[in-house]
Design a protein around this ligand. Sequence first.
Ligand SMILES: CSC[C@H]1O[C@H](OP(=O)(O)O)[C@H](O)[C@@H]1O
Length: 351
Amino acid sequence: MIPTLEWLPEGVNFLDQTKLPHEEVYVLATDYKQVATVIRDMITRGAMAIGVSGAMGVAIGIDRSTATDIPTLNAEVAEICAHLAATRPTAVNLFWGIDRVRDLYNSLAAKNTPIPEIKLAVIALANEMYDEDIANCKTLGANGAALLPQEGTILTHCNAGALAACGYGSALGVIRAAVEQGHKIDVIADETRPYLQGARLTAWELMKDNIPTTVACDNMAAYLMSKGRIQACIVGADRIAANGDTANKIGTFGVAILAKEFGIPFYVAAPWATIDVNTAHGDLIPIEQRDRKEVTHSNGKQMTPDNVGIENPAFDVTPSKYITAIITERGVLTAPFEESIARIADAAILA
Ligand SMILES: CSC[C@H]1O[C@H](OP(=O)(O)O)[C@H](O)[C@@H]1O
């Protein structure tokens, strides 16, 4: 298991993903503002990882508070949650993670629970969410494995692996589960400019698992598909709307169009926490715009002329019509996605 992040008494310890694949170094965040910086600067990244990071950020903020009364702590918790929620807008998991801990806090504060007990309870919940993520990804991995070919090459985009989660991953979780079930598959990882999650992170992860991996530039997918080199595509997600439209790393939409053109199955793998039933369709999903320097520079060296215009949307939205199936720990969803999502959402409410 890759230790993407870990709760320690001293703080939250994050594997610094900006330094991979050549350095495995950690950043210890000792307060909630440092956790927010780790998320904003993509020292840790990936929808599931930032969801649990948000939860741990709220927990550490409450744990480090010196407030001696609930009204004072209420005001601090509001600031802690707002500060963490302002880090990145697209992955709904961040807000789900923050809200789960805040809701527990509010329920305990409303009953005037002693503050030391509240601190222990929110820390326990944040760690439960860490364990839940690993269990959910293993379940969704097993749910999706049979969809992958017994033999063949799987194209991935970005990194939806252990590094995007708490140690197992969603899209790479399905690949791991398929390999564990005996599928003879290899992976072509899109490099995924500009942060290079594929070239740096997916390649690093899968090589550690001895899964044959090839890195391809983002502009090679059509050629590889046209030559019959790809038998399936699988990606993660940062927010899935109620109709199945899916926000994921920039470039995913293009891969999905190409897959449809070439008759190649295109799978999305994501825990249920990534599904946002309150967002009706993909046009409503906020798309994060990141700093121009991520595009103009590589390894600190400027590649573009000064003052050139730059585009740097961090995500795009794939309309559900391009998606073959959405793999979750609660089952595999197929079109019409509005109905399959609502059916599982309703079942969860009735349970
Ligand atoms: C399914 S979590 C991984 C997901 O998050 C990535 O974005 P970022 O690296 O900017 O956090 C990307 O969209 C992955 O698919």
